[in-house]
Design a protein around this ligand. Sequence first.
Ligand code: LMR
Length: 412
Amino acid sequence: MYATIARLCNDVSGVTLMFHLDLAPADPILGLTETFKADLHPDKINLGVGVYQDANGRTPVLAAVKQAETRLLETETSKSYLPIPGVPEIASYTQELLFGEHHTIIEQGRAKTAQTPGGTGALRVAADFLKRAKPNATLWLSDPSWTNHHTIFEAAGFSVQSYRYYDKISQRLDLAGLVADLERAARGDIVILHGCCHNPSGIDLDKGAWETIASQAKAKELVCLVDFAYQGFGDGLEEDREGLHVLLDTGLAVLVASSFSKNFGLYNERIGAVTVVEETENDAINTFSHIQTAIRAMYSSPPAHGGNVVATILSDASLKELWIEELGEMRTRISTMRQAFVQQMAIRQQVVDFDFINHQKGMFSFSGLTQEQVLKLREDNHIYIVGSGRINVAGITPSNLEPLCDAVAKIL
Ligand code: LMR
């Protein structure tokens, strides 16, 4: 809890209206990046924030993005405001990525999309809208979930509860616990589901688990908000939307918060999207009007550059092909490093069988390291891992793999 009681007072210089606040806690993920940057050790390793790094430890600008930006520099004619939902083409391109080209939801006009400042912006817009639409609903998050989920939904005024997800003993999904906890949800409560590449555990729901949740959500009239920040980092663009499609095929109205930060490498351009799918086009139009009201009150309209880059790439067959290829390279590199880590750990020690990591998907892996071990790795080896033991597998490179495994084996 923030100890944030501000009080008005006179300070010694006679200036009035000073806030006396305690220091807010550093963000567990972004704060770690700052600590990493301040570390001057030449062999430091950053496995903290979820940002892709190539084999040389760099976060590249994708070639497809560079080419799109070159075109935009030539063709852009105005910096005037975008409409509230952003670059107009982003809506249809986002929907094609989420549902597939010519999907009936698109043809029937049942989905409406607004471009947002990143996936975080999409979640915050959804949270603000949901708080107005369902003021008494409780919001359910997986245990664990991305730390910022708590912050976003509490900031929007929600009472947040957790449903079981990760079984510490088996290091696998606790489906029975999940179902039992969601059974306690009230009719009309909101449940956040990770579309793929669960953050932080890397443990995804299989099709059967999605079906179980979908029928439970239908029976209890739960509102599903799918956080879809890593499409393309699990098994592929199409494969990763399997869970979302199970929800849609069950006939649920769904909200999706998606992001182009990771799959386009557009982290600092802040580009994502919020999409609502309703039963009829008319319902979608009505709901979307309230989403636009929420956006207007928060930031009016999104920044243009990231949206223009994504629209340029997805409107051009050869740029799109190049992007899909580059996305595939990122996904393959991460999964190669995942396997290499498991292999190297097995060579070094037999205390822990890290095979469970091979079953996790996407950028992250729950390593099972304790907070104490995480701190020791930071102090002794300049290796930066989030306190929960979450490793950004994309931060492992052929040159830091061995020193990393040596250090981890030593502290087990
Ligand atoms: C992460 O989980 O590391 C990323 O989504 C970056 C962030 O904003 O926390």
